[in-house]
Design a protein around this ligand. Structure first.
Ligand code: TK8
Length: 346
């Protein structure tokens, strides 16, 4: 009797050990997972809509990751804030209930204050310089390295681009034209302070609420890159577009650290490379869109106001003291490093 019990026990023990073995090899190698059909899923959500280059590049990321991982990772894509606004999605990444999002750096500063260095008005003179700083400098990489302590991993910088101002009241050409304009800003203290310094009345608000707020007149305007202005159809509720180019917004491809830690080294490399490759594609598309969509907006009847370099200088002089108050929060060293990287890139 005892003998029979022991042999049954041993068979069960052996079986369990084999199963456990399978489990761990599944984790280590993607191929096994495909066979057992247990792909791990990345739920990726963004605020912009499915026509925006960011979404098209997210689809490219999906294609690369699913192919290269042999199906061990599946990517599900959601646009138009279907999974929530930038802040809510980043919090979901921290909890591990969502795996991926691609916000502008401005809302990331609520989690890692150093990211506000990119919010300093006019810190980047051109897209070419931004490319060199974001893709090649040590400081840009150092900022990404601060994300894991906040439960997120930064895979790559993509481009949202230079931000321009729209409103329904006046054509803004110089600093004085900002006076009393009720402008939606991103949820970012430095942006709020800079618009206040210009005499505007900044109202931070989640991206998904902006169109309706302009339609109902609770705000006079907003600021975003040309592609966003056109693809979100802001021209339907806004008359004036000013080419202020006041801030350059990078995007960061963010992954939940929970998902990252559950991934094999091989999978991590696949995801990082895919984010970089899709990023090249995104930069190309967004630059084409920013040129084409400016023409589209003109055709749609928006009045477009050019902003002279002198007017930008004046705006910079007005916002600089407000920005100075954030130096400690951002870190003086970080600011100096970015300014140096900008200089070296020119
Ligand atoms: C989209 C945002 C958006 C940003 C904003 O999720 O909120 O105005 O420019 O593109 O990141």
């Amino acid at each position: 009797m005892l003998k029979k019990f022991l042999s049954v026990f041993m068979v069960v023990a052996l079986f369990t050990a084999v199963l456990a073995g399978c489990g761990s090899s599944e984790k280590a190698s993607g191929g096994e997972e495909k066979k057992s059909g247990k792909a791990r899923v990345i739920r990726a959500g963004i605020g912009l809509n499915d026509k925006h280059p960011q979404y098209l590049a997210l689809l490219k990321f999906k294609e690369i990751v699913e192919k290269e991982s042999n199906g061990s990772i599946k990517v599900e894509t959601y646009h138009s804030s279907q999974l929530g606004d930038d802040r809510a999605m980043m919090e979901a990444l921290q909890l591990g209930t969502q795996q991926m999002t691609i916000p502008s750096t401005a809302p990331i500063a609520n989690f890692v204050p150093e990211f506000s260095v990119y919010d300093i008005p006019f810190i980047f003179p051109s897209e070419e310089v931004a490319d060199k700083v974001l893709l090649e400098s040590d400081v840009a990489k150092e900022l990404l390295d601060k994300l894991p302590a906040q439960g997120m991993v930064g895979l790559a910088y993509w481009e949202n681009g230079f931000r321009d101002l729209t409103n329904d009241k006046v054509s803004v050409a110089t600093a004085k034209d900002f006076k009393n304009l009720k402008i939606r800003t991103m949820e970012n203290q430095l942006h709020i302070a800079a618009f206040k310094a210009l005499g505007a009345n900044p109202t931070p608000m989640a991206f998904a609420e902006v169109f309706t707020a302009m339609q109902q007149g609770t705000i006079d305007g907003q600021e975003n890159p040309i592609a966003t202005i056109y693809l979100q159809k802001y021209n339907e509720v806004q008359k004036h577009l000013s080419l202020t180019h006041h801030v350059y917004s990078p995007f960061v491809v963010l992954l939940s650290k929970v998902f990252w830690d559950e991934s094999s080294k091989e999978e991590q490399d696949i995801m990082t490379k895919a984010a970089q490759e899709a990023g090249e594609y995104e930069r190309k598309l967004i630059r084409e869109a920013n040129v084409q969509n400016l023409e589209d907006l003109k055709k749609a009847g928006m009045t477009v106001t050019e902003v002279t370099p002198e007017a930008r200088e004046e705006m910079k002089a007005i916002t600089d003291p407000a920005v100075e108050k954030f130096a400690d929060k951002i870190g003086k060293e970080t600011i100096e490093k970015v300014k140096k990287a900008v200089e070296d890139a020119q």
